[in-house]
Ligand binder design. Structure first.
Ligand code: ADP
Ligand code: MG
Length: 324
């Protein structure tokens, strides 16, 4: 099979770093992507939007961008919008899908409308709740429950609330990071994540990865800085469950109109074996520890080929030739 025409891709910027809370991870992702693309002969260069104005991309003749930014100002539709205006095709989802997906509340609303299972929830507005409202949320969702900011990643500001007395501090911590605080029913069971590649009808799921964290504590530290968490691929789920999750995840991706790639986090209720979708990441990690490359490898796609394939599918919501 012939690979993508590397020369035709022209000068490529790997956007990395940025100013979100996930800057550190993004720099690791970007370094990996840059090296992989260069090893394939792509004329790729690092570009940190927190240090340089995006307008420079046009002036310096960049023809395509690989977005290796995570979180706000990178994964949330803002950089995508800027690149739309500059007319430079970029990897991954477009403006609307990125903006919807970064917001866990909007994502859940879209999924619920389309019958995709996600844990029961309540939204609190920063400065818009009191003790009575907190008590009501605890009553509705039961304990334990999960509190998280609507638009952070990497478990930042996320808290498992085990007693009603812990609610106030948990909500205040999340509200310090976002005006919307998502309170969610806790799903006790197995955690899996499933990448999706492609767009629309051609979108397909990669192998499911099962995540086994020490004491079931899958937090920021375990995710990036220790080797204690086990990632199982093949995931070893009972027959049929993996295929059902893959089908669900592709559907969830299409509902949001995602493009290029994404990764959906899922909890499987231990009692009912029912999967609940937590969130979708539209610019997933690409570090040495990261899950999309791990799953791709299990499907026979090397890290380098994955990067090249994503770059080859770079696109615009509004292609320039369609613009008036
Ligand atoms: N409702 C929930 N029930 C059980 N565990 C949860 C729930 N929400 C989050 N978690 C745990 O917290 C982790 C991070 O939550 P997630 O919603 O994926 O946000 P992010 O990865 O953006 O921080 C999940 O991978 C899971 O381990
Ligand atoms: Mg997650």
């Amino acid at each position: 099979m012939n690979g993508p025409d590397v020369k035709a891709m022209g000068k490529v910027a790997v956007l990395m770093g940025g100013k979100s809370a996930e800057r550190e991870v993004s720099l690791m992702s970007g370094a990996g992507v840059l090296k992989a693309l260069q090893s394939k002969g792509v004329d790729a260069h690092a570009f940190d939007p927190s240090e340089r104005d995006l307008v420079e991309l046009k002036r310096k003749g960049f023809q395509r961008c690989f977005i290796a930014l995570h979180g706000r100002f990178g994964e949330d539709g803002t950089v995508q919008g800027a690149l739309e205006l500059l007319g430079i095709p970029y990897t991954g989802s477009g403006v609307l899908a990125s903006a919807m997906s970064i917001d866990k509340v909007m994502t859940k609303r879209a999924w619920i409308t389309e019958g995709i299972p996600t844990p029961r929830y309540a939204v609190l507005r920063k400065d818009g709740y009191d003790a009575a409202r907190l008590a009501k949320v605890v009553e509705e969702l039961g304990l334990p429950l999960i509190v998280k900011p609507a638009r952070e990643g990497s478990s930042i500001g996320l808290c498992k609330v085990r007693a009603a007395s812990e609610m106030e501090a948990a909500v205040a911590a999340a509200a310090a990071l976002d005006r919307d605080v998502l309170c969610e029913q806790f799903v006790a069971g197995e955690e899996v994540t499933c990448p999706v590649l492609g767009t629309g009808d051609s979108a397909r799921a990669l192998p499911v990865i099962r995540i086994v964290a020490p004491e079931g504590n899958y937090d920021y530290q375990n995710k990036y800085f220790t080797d204690d968490t086990k990632y199982l691929v093949p995931c070893g789920l009972p027959e049929g469950e993996e295929a059902a999750i893959q089908e669900l995840v592709v559907n969830a991706y299409r509902v949001l109109g995602c493009r290029g790639w994404g990764r959906v986090d899922v909890m499987i209720d231990a009692a009912t074996r029912k999967p609940y979708l937590l969130e979708i990441n539209t610019s997933p990690g690409m570090t040495g520890h990261s899950l999309v490359p791990m799953s791709a490898r299990a499907a026979g796609i090397s890290y380098e080929d994955l990067c090249l394939q994503l770059l080859a599918e770079a696109a615009l919501d509004q292609p320039e030739d369609a613009q008036a």
